[in-house]
Design a protein around this ligand. Sequence first.
Ligand SMILES: Cc1cc2nc3c(=O)[nH]c(=O)nc-3n(C[C@H](O)[C@H](O)[C@H](O)COP(=O)(O)O)c2cc1C
Length: 344
Amino acid sequence: MTHDFEQRAAELLDPGAHGYFAGGAGDELTLRDNVAAWDRVALAPRVLVDVSQRDTSVTLLGRERPHPFLVAPMAYQRALHADAELGTARAAAATGSTMVLSSQSTTDPSDVADAMGDASRWLQLYVFRDRGLTDDLVRAAREGGYEALCITVDFPFGGRRERDLRSGWVVDHPTYVQLATGPMTPAERHAMHDPTLTWDDIAAFGEASGLPVVLKGILRPDDAVRAVDAGVAGVVVSNHGGRQLDTVLSGADALGPVVQAVQGRIDVLVDGGIRRGWDAAKALALGADAVLVGRPVLWGLACEGQAGAQLVLEQLIDELDSTLGLLGCPRARDLDGSYVTRRA
Ligand SMILES: Cc1cc2nc3c(=O)[nH]c(=O)nc-3n(C[C@H](O)[C@H](O)[C@H](O)COP(=O)(O)O)c2cc1C
């Protein structure tokens, strides 16, 4: 069970490492609210519908996907298990989930591409002060058959992560970009990010890569409209797993207004606190095209490597399938606002 992995990983990992992967910013109000916000949405099932055949498929960036789950980009996976990003990528490939590889991957993006064959993958881009390094990543995305560039826009610099400040945990596995520049402390690593990045820069990355751009870390409807105007293909409604600014609103609460603002002109994804297949059904009912799953995949990887990550994804897909049946909405793409209501 997915939740058993969370518990087991907490026992298994060195406390400093566990704090880095599990933790959030400040008092972790947003971290907790990310999960609680999905629980505030209640499902409203329709009865007497033929649900003998169910279809979890969705369309994302114009492509058919067997279900709406993507693996969120997450740094330093080698600190959890030797399978590292190859493990999560193979788990994603085996389950038809799109893998979003982090800019701070501890595996070379070309090795991930080789391991995945023609399975679906995106590359997440941090824009670094060193634009040469950033360009290397864009090139790796293009040459490695990555289908989209997912530019993270909520990280001008790192949030105040107090578990890390207390533990002083330093990752001893160099990431792909650090391989190019040498080992670094967390403060040095965070200082790599370019805090001057603005809307003017975004279009250039699409042009340089020739790939569709998805902006990750949008929480406001007006920013979503600017994203449409900037010509991107999609946005991820996200607060970075509660790791940047504490007390910001959850993805679940930000989603509806963003969906309303973009009016179907681009794809809208959401992440933060998706722990169950029925959370994904709620996201789709509120207008999301797909969802990213973060920490649950990491806990699976930490406990059992690729097999654990795969089990987590399989359970989520299976839970979504049964949710569609019990909700009386056999096709995921037919989910709409009539299937959800706010819990009093
Ligand atoms: C340990 C860890 C590392 C992360 N690293 C990145 C990263 O390198 N790039 C990025 O865009 N988001 C990163 N994120 C944020 C995730 O992509 C995602 O937004 C978030 O974890 C989703 O919330 P969830 O963990 O509650 O599912 C990271 C999250 C965690 C937990």
